[in-house]
Design a protein around this ligand. Structure first.
Ligand code: GS8
Length: 217
């Protein structure tokens, strides 16, 4: 069976999410570089893969997918024979909890954390611009409220969806990884269960490998 092709950049958060899944299941894959630094994601060739002109996109024969969370589920389903079960689809309640915390990641956690990362890492690095402190401060307030919910959850179960590692945990990695190289990493110090969870998930070999390809490692 030939491997799948992932179009993206190892330093991009959404590409990293899919790379983690591919690594967790031990899939054979090719990472085809598409650089957002040169605007390649808007080229006709890439627009044919992702009509929104963004990375990542995945090609598996004639099947072409975009949206990193949807691609991640496809990868985990395709390679479920690997024995790595990060979706728990054999159990109705467990799989529902995976979905709940995946939604929490994309609808609550990500909107709060991403402006902090964007302002403090991307703005100065990419254009040499000055971070907007008002955006950082209001996002930090929002993020702390989200972390309070996570702290309560993780004081009851080892991982987000239950006492098992899942795609829900994995999906939080890319933006949190970048938060940890900003001056705001210390925000986690006030949430001991969240901090312990972060230390646990980042000790996984797949996380170490994908992290090494990201900025600031
Ligand atoms: C978001 C993709 C995205 O924002 C997903 O795949 O999950 N919901 C989508 N991609 C970014 C890089 S993420 O680090 C991107 O392609 N940015 C360049 C652009 O928008 O032109």
């Amino acid at each position: 069976m030939s491997g799948v092709k992932l179009y993206g950049s190892p330093m991009s958060t959404c590409t990293a999410r899919v790379l983690l899944c591919l690594e967790e299941v031990g899939a054979e894959y090719e990472l085809v570089p598409v650089s957002t630094l040169t605007g390649e994601q808007k080229s006709p060739a890439h627009l044919a893969r992702n009509p929104f002109g963004q990375i990542p996109a995945l090609e598996d024969g004639d099947l072409v997918l975009f949206e990193s969370r949807a691609i991640s589920k496809y990868v985990l389903r395709k390679y479920k024979e690997s024995g790595t079960d990060l979706l728990k689809e054999g159990n109705l309640a467990e799989s529902a909890m995976v979905e709940v915390w995946l939604e929490a990641e994309s609808q609550q956690y990500n909107p709060a954390i991403s402006p902090i990362v964007y302002q403090s890492l991307v703005v100065p690095k990419m254009g040499g611009g000055t971070p907007d402190q008002a955006i950082i401060d209001s996002s930090l307030e929002k993020f702390k409220k989200v972390l309070e919910v996570y702290e309560a959850r993780l004081s009851k179960s080892k991982y987000l969806a239950g006492d098992f590692f899942s795609l829900a945990d994995l999906s939080h990695f890319p933006y949190t990884r970048y938060l940890m190289v900003t001056p705001y990493a210390s925000v986690f110090e006030s949430y001991p269960h969240v901090k312990a969870w972060w230390e646990d998930i980042t000790s996984r070999p797949a996380f170490k490998k994908v992290s090494a390809g990201m900025l600031g490692s």
